[in-house]
Every structure is written in structure tokens, then in C-alpha cells.
Design a protein around this ligand. Structure first.
Ligand SMILES: Cc1cc2nc3c(=O)[nH]c(=O)nc-3n(C[C@H](O)[C@H](O)[C@H](O)COP(=O)(O)OP(=O)(O)OC[C@H]3O[C@@H](n4cnc5c(N)ncnc54)[C@H](O)[C@@H]3O)c2cc1C
Length: 393
């Protein structure tokens, strides 16, 4: 009964507060990020974010004192259903909400949570991830960036790479080596610090698309307050691994919710057409149906996982399965859209292409990175083999 009341209230709140333009498929260039440097292509993105933040709906299950809505798992499920009913886009995405936020809830002190979580939940601070280094990607624990104590601070030297959004980030969560003599997993510390300081230099990496979604990040005597160490000094690997599970669940869509940018069936109908009520190309029709069935089965597995993990409230090594399957499935989605749209999805610029088509080309190329970022598919297979199936090394 209480849940039904919550559903009614939520439904009418969404009706009143979700702008019309936010109830449409989300183009890749309207992803709702936050931070002090962001510019919104669609001003209603920001309006929607602010309204949801005021209600705690950007981080629905976080406690209210940290900017969440304190919803139970059941209420959160209702919220997701009601948002999906009106095809509402997520109000806020990013590494703050999906990665460092959950890690802070689990490992942060009360003081750390109070300092960082509210500005994540309202989108005012944007975070980036300082994990990978030029020679430490899959073998992340071999990282070499050093941090040395100086009074109340750490002094940090080294280099990170592929730091997504570092050029727009306000803060970084970073892995640094604090003990060079310990075995590699045991000398790492997880620390937070500001990007806007003299010791941090960011060089965007320009891609063939002309965009620079990620950067090289250099630390030359950068400073981090010792109160911003998360977890124990030299035991940052524990926090780092958990955060990767949150990241992999997010990339693979394993946390449920979220709005798919465009469905393959929609695109195929538009470009191939309908004949006698069915998609006109029989071969593509089979592929689209088969993909949709896999999507549905994956969605059910995701829901089951969300329900089953409610007691633990944290992902596990199973996140590697979601990362592996979800990203491969997303790559297939775009390959199918390419088959349907043909050369209309291969345009780069100029006449003859709609803006949405040019966006699709870039979105298709972007999916190629899905099975690399957050740990490659091969690395996920290794984890599944060892940690989920218990196979020998
Ligand atoms: C779009 C994108 C965004 C990213 N954003 C960030 C970010 O914000 N912050 C950050 O820190 N990093 C980021 N990364 C980096 C990402 O985490 C690494 O690219 C990834 O972990 C792989 O590391 P690597 O590139 O060094 O490849 P390598 O580790 O050099 O791997 C090369 C190849 O070898 C294979 N391989 C390596 N080891 C094994 C093994 N043991 N078994 C089987 N195969 C293996 C890999 O699967 C891969 O095919 C991003 C990457 C991408 C593509």
C-alpha cells in the first residue's frame, strides 16, 4: 500500500517536473554530466538535473544527508519503472555517481562522505579516474606514480593516461604507490585531490574524430591532503578493486535502469521500412529479433542480480560478467544499426547527412572502446574464470 502511494506521488512528480525534451532518446552529445566547467547543449538537461537533485533522485538510494533520497530497493525499483514509463533520461551520470560515490559510501569516513557526496549528488563537482599509466593497464597493480608524505599532505609525482574527462574534472580519485618495497598489490594508496592546482597538468589526447575524450595527466609535486586517503594507507588496492566492480557494473548496464540511446528496431523500421507489418529485410529481421531476445534475457538477469545483491548492497566479481556481456551486446547493437542505416551511418560531415546520423557514426565508433575501458574483455574472462568459476591459474 505504501509502495503504491509512493508510485502515485512519484508519477505525478515526474509528470510535473520532467521536461518534454528529456523524454526523448538521448543523443550521445547530451549526456548529463556535471562539474564547474560543463556547458549544456540542451538547457533542459540542467533543469532536469537540478530538479532531480533537489528531490534526491540523482542518487536515489543514497542517504538523504548525502544528497540522496534514501529510497529502499523497492522504492528505487518503482522510480526506475516510472522513469522508464515516460522514457525519461537519467538526470545525471558520471564517475562521481557510479564509481567514487559508491566506493566512498563503503570505505569513506563520515567526514569524507559529508565532504564529497553531496557535491557528487547535485552534479556540482565532476570527477576523473587516475588508474591507468603508460605501462600499467591490464596489469594495473604495477603502477608507478609515487606519493611521499610531507606534513599533512602527500606529494605526488608520476603520470596517468587515458584519464577520461580529466580536462573538465574538478577532482581525481587516484592510485599512487606509497611503499616501493612491498609486493606490488600491497604498496598502493587510494587518494583524492583537486585537479585545479599547479602540480597537475592535463594534455588532451586528440582522436581522429577531433574530439579529446581522454587525456594524459602529469603530476609534478601535486598535493593531496592526507585526510583524503580512502581506506588504509598501502591498502588502496582493496578500494580500487571494489571501485572497478562498480565501474564494470555501470559500463555493462548491470545496475539496471538507464535509457538505451536508440533501439535497433526503431532504426531498422525507419531505414529499411515495413512490409506486411514486418521489417522488410528478412535476414536483418532475424538478427534484430535475436538481438532483442538477448537484450531481454540480459535485462532479466540484470534485474535478478539487482534483487539478489540488495542484501549485500555491493557488486561482486559477477560485475565482470555484466561488463563482458553488456559491452559486447552494445557493440552488436551498433553493428546492426549500421547494417540498417548503411552509408547514412558512415558520414563524417557535410551535406547528405542529418545531424542525428552524424552523431550515430560517432556513437558507433565509440562503442569499440566499450570492451577496453574499465578492463578489457580478455581481463574480464580471466576474472570470471578465476573468481567466479574457480578455475585454476
Ligand atoms: C574509452 C576509454 C576510456 C578510458 N578511461 C580511463 C580512465 O578514465 N581512467 C583510467 O585510469 N583508465 C582509463 N582507460 C584505460 C583502460 O582502463 C585501459 O585501456 C585498459 O585497462 C587496458 O589497458 P591498456 O590499454 O594498457 O592495454 P594492455 O593492458 O596493454 O592490453 C593490451 C592487450 O593485451 C590483452 N591482455 C593484457 N593482459 C592480458 C592477460 N593477462 N590476459 C589476456 N589478455 C591480456 C588486453 O586484453 C589487450 O587486448 C580508458 C580506456 C578507454 C578505451
Amino acid at each position: 500500500m505504501l509502495l503504491e502511494k509512493f508510485r502515485e506521488e512519484t508519477r505525478s512528480w515526474l509528470e510535473e517536473n520532467c521536461p518534454e525534451s528529456i523524454r526523448t532518446p538521448m543523443p550521445a552529445n547530451e549526456m548529463p554530466g556535471g562539474g564547474t566547467r560543463i556547458k549544456y547543449r540542451n538547457p533542459e538537461t540542467k533543469i532536469w538535473m537540478d530538479r532531480c537533485a533537489a528531490r534526491g533522485f540523482t542518487a536515489p538510494i543514497w542517504p538523504t544527508e548525502y544528497g540522496g533520497a534514501g529510497l529502499s530497493a523497492e522504492e528505487n525499483q518503482v522510480l526506475r519503472q516510472e522513469m522508464s514509463r515516460i522514457n525519461a533520461r537519467p538526470a545525471l551520470v558520471g564517475m562521481g555517481l557510479s564509481m567514487i560515490g559508491p566506493a566512498l559510501l563503503e570505505y569513506g569516513t563520515d567526514e569524507q562522505k559529508a565532504e564529497h557526496l553531496p557535491s557528487i549528488a547535485d552534479g556540482s563537482i565532476w570527477w576523473c579516474q587516475g588508474y591507468s599509466e603508460p605501462n600499467s593497464g591490464s596489469d594495473l597493480a604495477s603502477l608507478q606514480s609515487r606519493a611521499v608524505v610531507d606534513g599533512d599532505e602527500y606529494v605526488i609525482n608520476g603520470q596517468k593516461v587515458w584519464t577520461s574527462g580529466a580536462d573538465n574534472a574538478d577532482w581525481i580519485f587516484c592510485l599512487v604507490r606509497t611503499d616501493t618495497s612491498a609486493p606490488k598489490h600491497n604498496g598502493i594508496t587510494f587518494v583524492l585531490f583537486t585537479m585545479d592546482q599547479p602540480g597537475v597538468t592535463v594534455k588532451p589526447i586528440k582522436l581522429i574524430s577531433g574530439l579529446s575524450p581522454f587525456c594524459e595527466t602529469f603530476f609534478e609535486d601535486a598535493r593531496a591532503s592526507r585526510k583524503n586517503v580512502i581506506g588504509q594507507v598501502n591498502d588502496g588496492w582493496t578500494v580500487a578493486k571494489r571501485l572497478l566492480q562498480y565501474e564494470r557494473t555501470m559500463i555493462g548496464g548491470g545496475s539496471g535502469g538507464g535509457q538505451k540511446s536508440l533501439s535497433v528496431a526503431q532504426v531498422a523500421k525507419q531505414y529499411i521500412g515495413i512490409n506486411a507489418g514486418r521489417l522488410a529485410d528478412p535476414s536483418l529481421r532475424n538478427d534484430v529479433i535475436s538481438h532483442a531476445m538477448d537484450d531481454r534475457a540480459f535485462g532479466l538477469t540484470v534485474n535478478r542480480n539487482v534483487e539478489e545483491s540488495q542484501s549485500t548492497k555491493a557488486p561482486s566479481y559477477v560485475s565482470s560478467m555484466f561488463k563482458l556481456y553488456g559491452t559486447e551486446q552494445n557493440k552488436k547493437r551498433y553493428e546492426l544499426m549500421l547494417t540498417a542505416m548503411g552509408s547514412q551511418m558512415l558520414g563524417w560531415e557535410g551535406e547528405g547527412f542529418e545531424v542525428d546520423e552524424l552523431t550515430q557514426t560517432r556513437a558507433w565508433l565509440r562503442t569499440k572502446a566499450n570492451s577496453i575501458e574499465g578492463g578489457t574483455s580478455e581481463v574480464q574472462l580471466n576474472i570470471i574464470a578465476k573468481r567466479v568459476l574457480g578455475l585454476p591459474d
